[in-house]
Design a protein around this ligand. Structure first.
Ligand code: GAP
Length: 536
């Protein structure tokens, strides 16, 4: 049966990522390691552009957010205070036959006949097992295959050539007790903490246990007072951070979507508690639509959802590509009053890109309690002390890069210079985040005057943008290479640039735009300004 189209798209994206050097499997020559990925030359540029633009939008284009770059390993008490040591876990089950581990809440329900066995015996004098075991077979499957699976189970327990005991059958519907891959019974669900553990220092003792941070947020909370003291900010203001986070996910999946090592871009925006802000009057000097210092948490929450959506639009994801999920009360994390997930319509389903949580004063209060240090803020205007509340837009870099790759991928039929039809693969990245901004081609590599001019253009643009210089192959092939890399502009230096026959075209080049494939003649002297306007 043919695969549905959406999976085809995902396969094509994954294959292009490897072929063009966006993303490689980590440790590939050793067979790979599940849940870890490496970004190749184009991927590294794409990811860096996404992070740089987020950082610029938060810290440079606003007055009320400052940055932090904290250590990954922090004092283990932080994770006790935040609740991660006790509650940051997923329920997991293991296959009793293969030992493969699954997230209990992600097992696909199955229906069919269950074959129960009470044990097995090797023979009158041989080893016996009294361990009960069951196998689920979907309707229509031969009962012998359930017995074969049970033989393997009891053989693993040392019972040779087992005779199965106490067989009985039962019809079940929508059961999540069996491995969907082989029908074997699963263990009972157990909670599995997702934090990676290690030891700081030479002694592997309980006292030296440390964790790789599962989120960047906590460093911001514990440095809140230090940043406040040095940055001359007043509440409301934010602290943002980009950095690695680690989660020992039970089932990493969907390419980079759920990884064990990933990057987050997090903002903790500190606001006044509602009772303090309601005591203040609106500031008439602030224009309509601008954030107001005395907003309550729900206004700030809505404001940040809208800000983040506008940001996604500014890098090429439209509102139509996104969806929103307001978490229900029972789904909220222990710290959250409200959370909106911004979702992207991935080929494998509509899934979370970013969570925007109203965290109340949970984190600062917890760190005040566990550290014994005050996390209170003194408000000059109201002459009152309070622990600020927090709005947290928290985005995953790798998920966003995956969304941008899926969104950019396109195939279209085009006609080449000789009139032949061909399929062009083109990555339609927004120029702002495209890994390479421009490619520079001398029309012919064996004409020194063309090469010299092309190198001159390269030196003009190089300090300002990531570019490639390519002189090999037919010009059409060079365009195709750049289309697949998502390069928004190509510059060709041709005989007209030299101005021998048409003096009016001297020192002009052709600028080709990736999506429309339209070419225009542009003077070299105007190139830099024109391109800067399009890529920033
Ligand atoms: N500080 C809040 C926090 O960490 P989260 O929803 O657990 O909230 C925030 O994570 C974002 O981090 C997610 O929206 C997602 O983009 C990204 N993320 C979380 N787990 C991930 C994983 N295993 N692989 C890739 N990205 C992940």
């Amino acid at each position: 049966m043919a695969e549905p189209k959406v999976n085809e798209l995902m396969e094509k994206v994954v294959s292009l990522c490897k072929r063009k050097g966006f993303i490689f499997q980590s440790s590939e020559i050793y067979g790979g390691i599940n849940g870890f990925w490496d970004y190749g030359p184009l991927g590294a540029e794409l990811k860096r552009n996404v992070k740089d633009f987020w950082w610029r939008s938060m810290t440079k284009l606003r007055d009320d957010v400052v940055g932090l770059d904290a250590s990954i390993i922090m004092h283990p008490k932080i994770w006790e205070a935040s609740g991660h040591t006790s509650t940051f876990s997923d329920p997991m089950v293991d296959c009793l036959l293969t030992k493969k581990r699954f997230r209990a809440d992600q097992i696909e329900p199955q229906s069919g006949t269950v074959y129960h066995f009470t044990g097995a015996q090797a023979g009158p004098t041989g080893k016996e097992s009294t361990e009960a075991y069951s196998v689920l077979l979907p309707a229509g499957k031969n009962s012998e295959s359930a017995r074969k699976i049970a033989y393997r189970f009891y053989q693993q327990r040392g019972v040779n050539a087992p005779a199965l005991l106490g067989e009985r059958t039962e019809e079940v519907s929508q059961s999540i007790r069996y491995n969907p891959e082989n029908g074997s019974l699963l263990t009972e669900a157990r909670n599995f903490n997702l934090m990676f553990k290690s030891y700081a220092g030479p002694v592997e003792s309980e006292d030296n246990i440390v964790y790789l941070r599962p989120e960047t947020a906590q460093a911001i909370f514990v440095q809140f007072k230090n940043v406040l003291d040095v940055s001359r900010q007043k509440v409301p203001f934010g602290i943002c951070q980009i950095g690695k986070a680690f989660r020992n996910e039970i089932n990493p999946r969907n390419f980079t979507f759920r990884s064990r090592e990933f990057e987050q871009m997090e903002l903790e925006f500190f606001i006044k508690p509602d009772d303090v802000s309601s005591k203040q009057t609106a500031d008439s000097s602030i224009s309509e639509g601008q954030p107001q210092p005395n907003w309550g948490w729900s206004e700030w929450h809505k404001y940040w959802v809208e800000e983040r959506v506008k940001w996604y639009e500014s890098i090429g994801l439209s509102r139509n590509d996104l969806d929103f999920y307001w978490q229900k009360k029972e789904e909220l994390a222990h710290y959250a009053r409200a959370t909106v997930d911004i979702l992207y319509k991935f080929p494998f389903g509509t899934q979370e890109l970013e969570g925007i949580a109203a965290r109340g004063d949970f984190d600062l209060t917890q760190h005040q309690k566990f550290s014994g240090k005050s996390m209170e803020y003194f408000d000059e205007e109201t002459k009152s002390k309070f622990i600020p509340h927090v709005i947290e837009p928290s985005a995953g870099v790798d998920r966003l890069v995956l969304a941008l790759l899926c969104k950019a991928y396109a195939e279209e039929e085009v006609t080449d210079e000789k009139g032949n039809k061909e399929i062009r693969i083109v990555m339609r990245f927004h120029p702002r985040i495209a890994p390479t901004k421009v490619a520079i081609f001398p029309l012919l590599k064996n004409k020194p005057e063309l090469v010299a001019k092309a190198l001159q253009v390269r030196e003009l643009l190089r300090p300002h943008m990531n570019l490639v210089y390519d002189e090999s192959g037919a010009i059409g092939r060079r365009y195709r290479r750049q289309d697949e890399a998502g390069t928004p502009f190509c510059i060709t230096i041709d005989f007209d640039t030299l101005g021998n026959e048409k003096p009016e075209l001297k020192d002009t080049v052709t600028l080709r735009e990736r999506d429309s494939m339209k070419q225009e003649r542009v003077p070299i002297s105007g190139l830099l300004e024109l391109l800067i306007g399009k890529i920033t």
